[in-house]
Design a protein. Structure first.
Length: 880
């Protein structure tokens, strides 16, 4: 049992730093055994009173420390586990420190480390302090000049932030490069790379006519895989100019791909470092989905240059200031590059299956948290995705034009500053001339609000009434909630024709048919709509205008009407999802009761109509034909029953497949093309639909269908269709499964990102022996514990396999825990994130609850638990 106490950091304890850092000069001497870092800070006390200088610092060996070039003796400063303190300093001075690092042994992948023979850094949130002693807080901005010295042969490429100002040869086969970043920045945006890399280049002319060199650095073997990323960057830059009026500010923009990376990518000023999975892609090795994800992440990191770098956060509690806003911006970018409706559907699906469970679980926290133990644990779906929803609501409430003015005002007012969420909201309120006081509750109250809506119709007056009640469940530390200010966008449909009707609030002029924005700000509100000859059908929460759960008593035929006629793509999709969800949950109930399952004929007919409809957006159609996921269905059950959900859902899949066999075959055939694959050939939707049809058909496990699948695999010229064939095959117990899995491995063993897919496919299999299969794969020579992508591809993917992870005997829970126990000492940050599936124990039956808690307790009992892991385990085992 660990006795070490970890301190909690509170938002209310914020104090500005006592010193200004006018400049920092860094010199890195990179070596195979030891690396030396010399840092020279120009420091100035802010106040008159003498105060001690407190620097953050850990995990390095401090070689020397000097003030104004006079070495300090060991009595002149104090070193603790987390800080270096000098009690007495002048009011203005130069501080020079020398630290010794061993990047080759750094498995935390935080600070300076090595990945595939290259040196690289990851400083957000608090990695810089493991390189050199420094005030490692986002509100300490300084001008960085960085010199890198390294062996010329091994590390021909030396990069840091900003502009290259000097370079040259040194004795002993070494060389150096000096970089200067003119923009003052916090330490979390510092970056350094040294390696043997090739460069891809593109030129970009900004809207004001400045020339920027876009550069992508890769291993030689990956040279042919960077084109899409580089192209996406140019698109993102143009888009940000056109849509948000934001121009790039340095002469070059560099991106480096790293195989070992804790997260997706990092927006370091002028030198982004990316997880290689969000850079490398060719049609043969990456799916349509991968291409989209790359475009999105490239966009995300680029957009940070304004929302994050030019205007940054005062402290880490303000993280959503940059992340929520930047996710909103990347979502809009992707929506403009692809199909807006489909993008919205995917974003909502993601929010509901990741953020909603977080908001309902033991780690629930507001978009702006009040406290944390380890900041790395707060890079959450709430801060990112719910944060983006909050920005989206602001746009709806203010209107497009005022929203844009508010953003312009924010960037103009705060350029070069480290600010707070209040500053952001103030800019919005000023531009929109609106009182946003109540709206800020979205930043302070955790939990997913619920809207309970009922309606009534009075034929005599032609009045339709909506009664809207809002509530929000208690979350840890927040038993009672106040009402939110939120936009409910809605419309009214004619029940006979599905036509859109005018939405006229009592006492208003008829505005003509269309969407209407209702602003909610009280616990209960009544809206009366007049001039309606018949009872209308309300289309509620168009575009998913607020991140809430909606309860309105739709009948099944209402949902069929909405699914067929509603013009808002989200609401149209949602109606179908809700219908399918209710049907599957009823069947799950029957499954639990041991009754025979039977699928509603009207549902089969509605599904057939959708399947064979002439909807031209094939990607939308594929979304509409995809049943709600097991994870989402579990969210809808009072006590989640993974076996019942899987049984019922698979029954629906198989029944649809056997009843609509010919239709699935036909639609698939129509979507398939003879022409070779091309990236962004406009046919990603067709491929999705074709592969969805194949997946349905494969649930029947009939030999001719297996042959079809096999033919698709061997005939495919692209990864989308290869994975489209392999995914259903992996859940089918047949000889072709082994054969193709092993062909796939042999064919791709040289490509890490593809081998990750190979592990994931098997971890996600529905077959009953998946736990054993995953255990075998843990012994596979290609499995690597210390590589986060590889670990995630097998272990984290398995924990997303609802039916097998939640095996009633606890074998899935044990597997995850055993592997996390191995990973914790190697990489605490990734370990803590991957604990999440165990923290949802309260959602399950008492047997599973016991099993899951026992595993958490097993982790809690480890010696020297790192604070990342401690925080998650401790919070999820608490009684409240
Ligand atoms: N700022 C990064 C982003 O959202 C996130 C990130 C990358 C990160 N690496 C990290 C956060 C390591 C914490 C730790 O774009
Ligand atoms: Zn980000």
């Amino acid at each position: 049992m660990t006795t070490r106490q970890h301190t909690t950091i509170h938002r209310s304890d914020y104090t500005p730093y006592d010193f200004l850092v006018d400049s920092i000069r860094l010199r890195f001497e990179l070596g195979e055994e030891t690396t030396l870092v010399t840092s020279r800070l120009e420091l100035r006390a802010k106040g008159e009173q003498a105060v001690p200088l407190v620097l953050d610092g850990h995990r390095f060996k401090l070689r020397s420390i000097a003030i104004d070039d006079g070495l300090l003796g060991s009595g002149d400063y104090q070193v603790t586990e987390e800080t270096v303190t000098i009690p007495q300093v002048p009011s203005r001075f130069t501080l020079e420190t020398v630290t010794e690092l061993k990047p080759q042994d750094n498995t935390f992948l935080e600070g300076l480390y090595r990945s595939a023979g290259m040196f690289c850094t990851q400083c957000e949130a608090e990695g810089f302090r493991s390189i050199t002693p420094y005030p490692d807080h986002p509100d300490v901005l300084s001008v960085f000049t960085t010199t890198i010295v390294a062996d010329r042969e091994r590390y021909p490429v030396l990069l840091s932030n900003g502009n290259l100002v000097d370079a040259g040869q040194l004795p002993d086969g070494r060389h150096f490069a000096t970089w200067h970043d003119p923009f003052p920045k916090p330490s979390y945006l510092f970056a350094l790379v040294a390696g043997d890399l090739v460069r891809l280049k593109e030129r970009f002319t900004t809207c004001s006519g400045r020339e920027v060199s876009l550069e992508l650095y890769l291993q030689e073997a990956n040279r042919h895989k960077g084109e899409h990323a580089l192209h996406s960057l140019a698109k993102a830059m143009r888009w940000d100019e056109q849509v948000f009026g934001r121009e790039y500010d340095l002469d070059s923009y560099m991106i480096v791909a790293a195989d070992d990376f804790n997260m997706g990518a990092m927006e370091n000023k002028g030198l982004n470092i990316f997880n290689s999975r969000y850079v490398l892609a060719t049609p043969e090795s990456a799916t349509d989905e991968d291409f989209h994800a790359i475009e999105e992440v490239i966009g995300h990191e680029y957009f940070h240059n304004w929302s994050g770098n030019r205007v940054t956060c005062r402290d880490w509690f303000q993280l959503s200031l940059k992340e929520g806003l930047t996710v909103f911006r990347d979502q809009e970018f992707s929506a403009d590059m692809q199909s807006r409706g489909v993008k919205r559907i995917n974003d909502v699906r993601y929010l509901r299956t990741t953020q909603f469970p977080e908001d309902g679980g033991p780690m629930a926290h507001p978009v702006r948290p009040d406290s944390y133990i380890e900041i790395n644990n707060f890079y959450t779906h709430t801060v990112y995705s719910k944060g983006a929803e909050v920005i989206r609501m602001l746009r709806i409430l203010l209107g497009e034009k005022c929203f844009r003015q508010g953003l312009d005002l924010y960037f103009e007012r705060h350029d070069g500053q480290a600010v707070t969420i209040e500053d952001f909201v103030r800019a919005m309120a000023d531009a929109g001339q609106r009182d946003l006081e109540q709206f800020t509750r979205w930043y302070s109250q955790a939990g997913t609000p619920q809207l309970t809506i009922s309606s009534g119709y009075e034929p005599s007056t032609g009045t339709f009434t909506l009664t809207v009640r809002q509530s929000c469940p208690p979350t840890p530390g927040q038993p009672d909630k106040l009402p939110f200010h939120l936009p409910l966008v809605m419309g009214l449909l004619d029940r006979a024709t599905g036509q859109e009707l005018p939405v006229t609030l009592e006492g208003e002029e008829p505005p003509g048919p269309g969407s209407r924005l209702l602003e909610l700000n009280e616990q209960e509100q009544v809206f009366r709509f007049t001039g309606l000859q018949e009872e209308p059908l309300p289309a509620l929460l168009r575009g998913f205008s607020a991140p809430v759960k909606l309860d309105y008593p739709y009948r099944h035929d209402d949902l069929v009407l909405l699914a067929g006629h509603e013009r808002d793509p989200f609401c149209r999709w949602e109606a179908g999802q809700r219908l399918a969800g209710e049907i599957i949950l009823d069947l799950a109930g029957a499954w639990q009761a041991g009754q025979a399952l039977e699928l509603d004929e009207a549902f089969i007919e509605a599904y057939r109509l959708t399947l064979t409809s002439d909807e031209s957006d094939r990607a939308f159609l594929a979304e509409a034909l995809t049943l709600p996921s097991e994870k989402y269905l579990a969210e809808l059950m009072p006590v989640a029953d993974p076996d019942a959900i899987h049984g019922a859902r698979q029954f629906v899949v198989r029944t649809l497949a056997s009843r609509l066999r010919e239709d699935f075959l036909l639609v698939r055939e129509r979507c398939r093309r003879a022409e070779p694959y091309a990236v962004e050939d406009g046919r990603a939707g067709e491929r999705r639909l074709a592969n969805l049809c194949l997946a349905y058909l494969m649930s029947l496990a009939e030999q001719p269908l297996i042959e079809l699948c096999r033919d698709q695999y061997y005939g495919s010229d692209n990864m989308t269709d290869s994975i489209g064939a392999l995914t259903p095959l992996v859940s089918c117990d047949c000889p072709e499964r082994r054969e193709i899995l092993s062909t796939f491995y042999d064919c791709w063993q040289h490509d890490r990102n593809v081998i990750d897919k190979w592990f994931t496919l098997q971890a996600m299999s529905h077959l009953p022996d998946t736990v054993e299969e995953v255990c075998r794969l843990l012994e596979h020579p290609a499995f690597e514990l210390a590589n986060p992508n590889r670990f995630r591809s097998l272990v984290a993917s398995f924990s997303q396999n609802q039916v097998r992870f939640h095996a009633a005997d606890g074998s899935g829970y044990r597997l995850l825990t055993d592997q996390l126990i191995r990973l914790i000492p190697i990489n605490p940050q990734v370990s803590a994130r991957l604990l999440a599936p165990l923290t949802t124990w309260r959602r399950y039956d008492s047997t599973r609850q016991e099993l899951m808690r026992a595993e958490l307790q097993r982790i809690q009992a480890l010696e020297n638990l790192p604070r990342d892991v401690f925080e998650v385990v401790d919070k999820s085992l608490r009684e409240n």
